[in-house]
Ligand binder design. Structure first.
Ligand code: C2E
Ligand code: MG
Ligand code: MG
Length: 710
């Protein structure tokens, strides 16, 4: 039955102060509501409405019946009657036939006298069910929140915390009550504040499922990374945000791993500089910016001169140290926005934006050269390192990223060819030269099989006895197009590519075979000296390789001399000492070639079982004209003598040099004055003649018995 509207208005008029009058006023004609009145004795005097229609209660069982009558369906409200009759408004719930009803009772006051009670009864079963379900759900979630290891928090729409689950203590170190009431932004990392505020505003504007990662300050003032999923709880009627519920997880470890991986993918772990991948990315951006702004980019390719030698001689530890020091100098020098990268090995690049004049790029390159000039201190050694710099300009030389890098690399090689410690701009004809290098490498790879290598031999003479005391084997490459190439033209290249190992092994074997051949044809035995590269010396089982070469040639070990350079000894003193001891035990002679040009730490000379010092020819050349050079040569000879080492001077071209050397006690010599390096065919007649005719030497003016003063 529908509520009669007249009754309704009368009802409302009667109870203007009724706290639920608005609800009543809103009871629309469709609602399952009942309006009723009760007199002072408890009899129901008026009853109208449809709330009981569905539960089979006849209104005639209520109307005119006392509320105190236990058969009255409304009997359950009787405890509230007296309160209402005393002037109070009462609300209560009653259950009738499994249905829940809300009851509102209010006194009827006429002329300040309470004459009865008016009541409203509204069916609320569904609402009650919903409410209890909600309470259950709330309890359920509260339980989850309380026991969850994730941090659950709630905020007002302006960001004040209203709830924090106990997990907060473990995650952030605070107790929940230390956070409640505080503005949440207070705890964010300053760098994340802006993005977090933006997200918050977005969340308030429209529900989103996004999760956000940001840093939050712990109680101990350290920041940790949280990943948070938030949802805004919206009022169903007003559409306003009531609160924000957030679930956060500590992702610091994951973030650190991600950051580390990102770092490793983009940075060189040794120097901390951008690596090749990041360099490419930066170059691409620089080029895009330059295209947009119609400016130029200068790309510098920097390679350290002689780095390989330093690395090989002083060891990888020192090499790494040097690379780090070079990076530090470059970093200090760079402006904000410049990219300095390490592509690998000793190769660095610099991207300079906004350079519109090649002249500016040249000035920059000069500064890099200056920057590298002061010596680097490595493991107690002072090392001077110079750079070779190749420069290419975008867009002048190329607009393609790969070509730009290649051009800069090519230009760098040209700088190296010019002797290093200089810069070189890329020019289009350089590619041809780069191609030549490629061809050289492939030719060198095939040279052993094609038997294009050969040995030349240069005798060493004892000024005292006039005997030939040794013969140095010097490598030559009979290049099919370029003719006979001297080792300086290809040895450095073979050292870089590793080809020196098979080539060096060939030299060793061939030299031993030749020495044995001379003996076999009846010449007095003579020692053959073989030059070694650092890479050979430190290669696996080098000593075994030497033993095998001797064995294969059937040559006694005393007739083999190995020439090593100073760098070998400084490289890894203990390793070098072991190898040299083993070689010494084998019975071969050991000499230090080019003595005086390396990183001479003289202390090592005593540690190794050496036989001979070879004074570098640069000291011999100026011996008679430059007093400083003469002093050095003199000191080397004196030192060699005091250490009981043989001293041989190489590159002896003039009689003056012989006078000088002879006068200072250097008795062994090697140089063009006696013989140029001779081919395998030419050395045999030379030996035959000179072994048998020492008399020829006698005629030379510098022999002591000829009475020439020194
Ligand atoms: P090195 O061991 O110091 O050899 C001496 C170099 O001086 C040789 O040059 C020789 O031809 C040159 N020479 C000899 N007497 C005179 C002279 O009176 N005046 C002048 N101006 N030069 C003289 P070469 O044959 O061109 O060899 C150059 C360097 O190449 C050698 O210097 C050595 O370090 C290296 N080398 C030669 N053969 C081999 C080899 O089989 N293996 C390795 N790893 N290096 C080698
Ligand atoms: Mg030599
Ligand atoms: Mg030498």
């Amino acid at each position: 039955m529908l509520v009669n509207n007249d009754f309704k208005s009368q009802f409302i008029n009667n109870y203007p102060q009724h706290q639920f009058h608005l609800n009543i006023a809103n009871v629309n004609t469709q609602a399952l509501a009942i309006l009723f009145s009760i007199d002072k004795l408890g009899n129901v005097t008026c009853f109208d409405g449809s709330a009981f229609d569905d539960i089979d209660i006849d209104k005639n069982d209520i109307l005119n019946y006392s509320i105190y009558d236990t058969t009255n369906p409304l009997h359950a409200i009787h405890p509230s009657i007296n309160m209402a009759l005393s002037g109070e408004s009462v609300s209560t719930h009653i259950e009738i036939k499994n249905g829940m009803y809300s009851i509102w009772l209010a006194p009827i006051v006429i002329d300040a006298v309470i004459t009865g009670i008016s009541g409203t009864c509204v069916e609320v079963t569904k609402q009650k069910d919903a409410e209890s379900a909600l309470v259950q759900i709330q309890n359920h979630y509260l339980l989850l929140a309380e026991y969850s290891t994730d941090l659950i928090t709630k905020y007002t729409s302006d960001g004040n915390c209203t709830y924090a689950s106990p997990a907060i203590t473990k995650v952030l170190g605070y107790r929940p009550d230390e956070l409640v009431g505080k503005p949440v932004f207070h705890f964010f990392h300053p760098d994340d504040l802006k993005s977090k505020r933006r997200f918050y505003t977005k969340l308030l504007d429209a529900p989103t499922n996004e999760s956000v990662c940001y840093r939050v300050r712990r109680k101990d003032d350290n920041y940790i990374w949280l990943e948070t999923k938030s949802t805004a709880v919206i009022h169903p009627v007003t559409g306003e945000t009531i609160e924000i519920v957030a679930v956060s997880r500590d992702i610091t470890e994951r973030k650190e791993t991600e950051d580390r991986l990102l770092y490793l993918a983009n940075y060189d772990s040794m120097t901390g500089l951008p690596n090749r991948a990041l360099f490419r990315d930066r170059l691409r951006h620089a080029v895009t910016r330059a295209q947009r702004n119609k400016t130029c980019v200068a790309l510098f390719f920097i390679d350290l001169d002689r780095f390989k030698t330093i690395n090989d001689s002083l060891g990888h530890h020192a090499g790494d140290q040097l690379l780090r020091s070079v990076s530090r100098r470059l970093k200090q020098f760079a402006r904000k926005g410049d990219t300095i990268a390490r592509l690998g090995g000793d190769e660095f690049t610099v991207i300079l934006e906004g350079v519109n004049d090649p002249e500016d790029a040249a000035v920059f390159a000069e500064k890099i050269i200056e920057l590298m000039a002061p010596p680097f201190k490595l493991d107690g050694h002072k090392i001077v390192v110079s750079p070779s710099i190749g420069i290419t300009m975008f867009p002048n030389d190329s607009s393609d990223l790969r070509s730009l890098l290649k051009n800069a690399d090519t230009a760098m090689y040209r700088a190296k060819e010019k002797g290093g410690n200089c810069y070189q701009f890329y020019t289009s004809d350089m590619n041809a030269k780069a191609y030549e290098y490629l061809v050289l490498e492939s030719n060198l790879r095939n040279a052993i099989q094609r038997e294009e290598f050969c040995l030349f031999f240069q005798p060493q003479v004892d000024l005292h006895t006039k005997n030939i005391i040794g013969i140095e084997a010097l490598l030559r490459w009979e290049h099919p197009e370029h003719g006979l190439l001297s080792p300086d033209e290809f040895i450095p290249f073979t050292e870089e590519t590793g080809l020196i190992e098979p080539i060096g092994e060939w030299v060793l074997k061939t030299a031993c075979l030749e020495a044995k051949k001379w003996q076999d044809i009846g010449l007095p035995p003579v020692r053959v000296a073989v030059n070694l590269s650092m890479r050979q010396f430190v290669a696996k089982d080098f000593v075994g390789q030497v033993a095998q070469a001797l064995q294969e040639a059937d040559l006694a070990a005393e007739y083999l001399e190995l020439e090593i350079t100073e760098g070998f000894l400084a490289y890894n003193v203990d390793q070098a000492a072991d190898i040299l001891q083993d070689l010494h035990k084998l019975g071969v002679q050991l000499s230090i070639d080019d003595f005086g040009t390396g990183y001479s730490s003289l202390s090592y000379l005593k540690r190794f079982p050496l036989n001979t010092l070879k004074i570098d020819q640069s000291f011999v050349q100026d011996i008679s004209s430059d007093p400083d050079t003469a002093t050095i040569a003199e000191a080397i000879i004196a030192m060699g003598q005091s250490l009981q080492l043989n001293v041989i001077a190489e590159g002896v071209e003039t009689e003056e040099q012989v006078f000088f050397l002879r006068g200072r006690g250097c008795d062994w010599v090697q140089g063009f004055l006696f013989s140029i390096p001779l081919s395998s065919q030419d050395i045999v007649p030379w030996l035959t003649e000179n072994f048998s005719q020492q008399v020829q030497f006698k005629q030379w003016a510098f022999w002591p018995e000829n009475g020439v003063a020194c």
